[in-house]
Write a protein that binds this ligand. Structure first.
Ligand SMILES: Cc1cc2nc3c(=O)[nH]c(=O)nc-3n(C[C@H](O)[C@H](O)[C@H](O)COP(=O)(O)OP(=O)(O)OC[C@H]3O[C@@H](n4cnc5c(N)ncnc54)[C@H](O)[C@@H]3O)c2cc1C
Length: 425
């Protein structure tokens, strides 16, 4: 089949690879000049299926309200909020019931576990080096943090996730760079999880997809789609003659994240997708005589501040914050300061802060949590989008499952509850 993939973030690249590996003629349309230039650019890189959970959870609305008052809040509202964002908040609030949370958590976990396996297979078979390190640790500063985490630990156990609740001494042995001055009560260690450079992986997999014949068309903005018996992509070059041109395909897969609603609305599909912004800072590790000063060995997450600190090769990245509303090009000084604070709390002096790259990204978030995978309800148009805060962790599995559905084969996992139907009410 001739298949168009719209968007070359981590979701579009993994989808293009799987479809090309199945023997399809794949064309990828991307408005940026390379892959992973938007939300997949500088995320925390954590792949921890046990922590892939919906933000729509019981008790969350009250937690969010409490956070709004604090200086280093993990959640922020940037005013004014648009009407679509208020509608989204209403749907999110309604999904915060226990029943909805349990169902969506199980769906996301199922996909995340499969995705982790698929990533391992691809990395092994294709010899991909994406600055990965093994292990993930959730830091609990106080007995209160531990008490609050008990509920998640129970759920981890129910899902069969391998984890150890460890004391501070053991945590400091696993991550010897942790600042001894910062109080630490306990930690949750997940040895089977990992951190890796999402953007680098996207570049490596793009090269593999190209080897299989996939055609990546950069600086090409898709301006309209048509479904039906001859699915059509209307696109225009951003680097030359901007006159639109059209290409026909046998199928179109929309992996355009925050660009998707504008393409699907004219076809009658209204996606309740909003951007939940987050920030990261990345800096090279300092070294003395060529030896880096101790930063993280892998990734840690400060549970109180919801900030991740990750090692990516010879760099450290600190990522966090959830900001609803606001603009991608306007950085909140307070949110970025929280990232510096957390780096200084846990790994002081390890990074060359004169060379920091600060970044803001837009998590493509659906109100109930899971992404949408599969048919759109419009003939010839398929969806792989809305991966929210876990798109890297979910990418390889989502792509493989989508490719199987498109081939008319049974998907490798149960996809119940991951389709568009659940959002059409
Ligand atoms: C601070 C932060 C930390 C995060 N940490 C993690 C983490 O630790 N683990 C994890 O799993 N996830 C994490 N995430 C989430 C993850 O980064 C996203 O879920 C993922 O990158 C989404 O990938 P995507 O391909 O759907 O979107 P994108 O990477 O945004 O890709 C979409 C692409 O579509 C293109 N596009 C859109 N419209 C059009 C159009 N009309 N024509 C042509 N091209 C178009 C865009 O240019 C873009 O390249 C984090 C996110 C943030 C912000």
């Amino acid at each position: 089949m001739r298949i168009a993939v719209i968007g070359a973030g981590i979701i579009g690249v993994t989808t293009a690879y799987e479809l090309a590996a199945d023997g399809h003629a794949v064309t990828v349309f991307e408005r940026r000049s390379s892959v992973a230039e938007e939300t997949s650019f500088a995320n925390a890189g954590v792949i921890a299926p046990g922590y892939v959970t919906p933000w729509a959870a019981p008790g969350m609305p009250a937690k969010v309200l409490r956070h709004l008052m604090s200086r280093h809040a993990p959640v922020r509202l940037a005013r004014p909020l648009a009407r679509g964002q208020l509608r989204w908040m209403w749907r999110w609030w309604r999904a915060c019931t226990n029943a909805s949370f349990q169902a969506n958590r199980e769906r996301m976990h199922r996909l995340a576990r499969f995705s982790q396996q698929r990533l391992a297979t691809l990395a092994h078979d294709l010899h991909l080096d994406y600055e990965q390190s093994n292990g993930y640790m959730v830091l609990l500063r106080t007995p209160k943090d531990l008490a609050l985490a008990r509920g998640s630990l129970k759920l981890l156990a129910e899902l069969g996730v391998s984890f150890h609740l460890i004391d501070a001494t053991k945590a400091r042995t696993l991550e010897p760079g942790l600042n001894p001055q910062t109080p630490l009560h306990a930690a949750v260690h997940l040895p089977a999880d990992q951190v890796g450079n999402c953007r680098q992986f996207a570049h490596l997999l793009r090269a593999e997809a190209q080897r299989l014949g996939a055609d990546f068309r950069f600086q090409r903005e898709v301006v309209a789609l048509r479904g039906g018996s001859a699915p059509t992509v209307q696109h225009r070059a951003l680097d030359g003659d901007r006159a639109p041109s059209e290409d026909r395909f046998d199928a179109i897969v929309v992996c355009a994240a925050m660009g998707a609603p504008a393409l699907l609305r004219p076809l009658g599909l209204k996606l309740p997708l909003v951007a939940v912004h987050g920030y990261s800072i990345t800096a090279p590790l300092r070294s003395i005589d060529g030896h880096p000063l101790p930063g993280p060995r892998s990734a840690v997450m400060d549970e109180h501040f919801k900030v991740a600190i990750s090692r990516l090769g010879q760099r450290v990245r600190v990522a966090g914050s959830a900001e609803l509303g606001g603009r991608l090009d306007q950085h909140s000084t307070a949110a970025v300061q929280t990232l510096y604070k957390l780096l200084d709390d846990w790994f002081p002096g390890c990074a060359q802060l004169s060379q920091v790259q600060a970044w803001k990204g837009a998590r493509p978030m659906l109100p109930d949590g899971p992404p949408v995978l599969g048919r759109s309800g419009i003939d010839g148009v398929w969806l792989n989008l809305g991966h929210g805060s876990s798109g890297w962790a979910l990418s390889c599995g989502s792509a493989r499952a989508l490719a199987d559905l498109l081939n008319g084969r049974a998907a490798p996992i149960d996809l119940d509850g991951l389709g568009i139907e659940r959002l059409k009410h």
